[in-house]
Ligand binder design. Structure first.
Ligand SMILES: Nc1ncnc2c1ncn2[C@@H]1O[C@H](COP(=O)(O)OP(=O)(O)OP(=O)(O)O)[C@@H](O)[C@H]1O
Length: 338
């Protein structure tokens, strides 16, 4: 299911929460929407998931316009939209299986049909044996698995994940993201992930839109955006990823800091350039020195992106030459503005 947004606008009084968003979210993919708190992510997802309607603009699912459906059509359409949230939104009065069964009961499915599907879904999210568990006895990750099973109960074609891993620890986040990716492929879903965590975008999404003050400031393939971020907001997110607390980082993605000082330049090496001795060559050719403050290699999909935070010694002309030489080697160089 392809989702097309055309110039969506939503204001609350004078506040333009969503201010002219146009996007194409391809079918059969995991698409990330990232932004800081207050950027307008939740408002946008409420518009795209038909929970609210825009002041202006249009929403299409494939060729069908869906922001102006009649009440009956809307109810029917919404049944095929799955949603999961940060706080799980499960019924504490029902056990795990009864939570998963709930949307099917509302849809009037027969008891035997529901029982069969609940069994399938509990297996899909690796929760066999937990059918009768009260919600209060489940871990955060298990709760989110129940929520995912419930979201998939009525065979949706779109799944919205609103900060779905924000309340989870890094390892559990990893396993939930892996599950979402697996389900996306199995069910050929269009998954839209709303997040403020670049780690989630890196680990789960194929494409991403960065939003700020209600507008899309950058969008594209995740690998391209990690290697060549253009907006300040995206660069900020990536810098935060560089400085990620080691205790929270997943082992292989950790960036090692040698120095408490921030370097003046962030260098991003992509693909093949991570294997090349680019710095030592430029250092030798131009007589500059690179003082490396932090560094590491991250995997973004199949691509390796190296990040280094460095200072460059020498006068401005030599520094400029070194930067040009780096860029000529396809290294992205960002200067710290502070
Ligand atoms: N129902 C509402 N009434 C009034 N203002 C609202 C309403 N919903 C959102 N806003 C405002 O719109 C702006 C965007 O909010 P939104 O919740 O969409 O941002 P967000 O990116 O999801 O932020 P967060 O990550 O903190 O949830 C905020 O300034 C918020 O206060």
């Amino acid at each position: 299911m392809q989702i097309i947004l055309k110039n969506l606008k939503k204001a609350y009084g004078d506040l333009h929460a969503v201010d002219g968003v146009s996007l194409v979210i391809p079918s059969n993919t995991v698409f990330g929407i990232i932004g800081r708190s207050g950027a307008g992510k939740s408002t946008l997802v409420r518009l795209v998931s038909l929970l609210e309607f825009p002041d202006e603009g249009e929403v299409y699912y494939d060729e069908v316009r869906v922001d102006n459906l009649s009440k009956d059509e809307l109810i029917k359409r919404r049944r095929r939209i799955g949603m999961i949230f940060q706080n799980f939104n499960l019924f504490s009065s029902r056990n795990a299986a009864e939570n998963v069964a709930y949307p099917m009961e509302i849809n009037g499915m027969s008891k035997p049909e529901i029982d069969l599907r609940v069994k399938e879904l509990m297996a899909l999210v690796s929760l066999e044996g937990k059918e009768n568990a009260p919600i209060s006895t489940l871990s955060g990750g298990q709760k989110q698995r129940v929520a995912i099973a419930r979201a998939l109960a009525c065979k949706p074609d779109i799944l919205f994940c609103d900060e779905a891993t924000s309340a989870l620890d890094p390892q559990t986040t990893h396993s939930i993201l892996a599950l979402i990716k697996e389900i996306q492929k199995k069910m050929a879903l269009t998954v839209v992930m709303i997040t403020h965590q670049m780690e989630v975008v890196r680990d789960a999404c194929e494409r991403v839109a960065v939003i700020n003050d209600g507008e899309v400031v950058e969008q594209g393939k995740v690998t391209d955006i990690f290697a060549h971020p253009s907006s300040d907001v995206t660069k900020d997110f990536l810098t935060h990823l560089v400085g990620v607390d080691e205790a929270e980082a997943v082992e292989q993605d950790r960036l090692v800091h040698w120095s408490k000082k921030r370097g003046a330049y962030t260098l991003r090496f992509r693909g093949g350039s991570t294997d090349q001795p680019v710095l030592s060559r430029i250092s030798r050719d131009l007589g500059v020195e690179f003082n490396i403050r932090a560094g590491g290699v991250q995997k973004v999909g199949d691509l390796e992106i190296g990040t280094m935070v460095v200072d460059i010694s020498g006068d401005d002309t030599v520094k400029q030459k070194a930067i040009e030489a780096l860029r000529a080697q396809d290294v992205v160089v960002e200067e710290d503005q502070q």
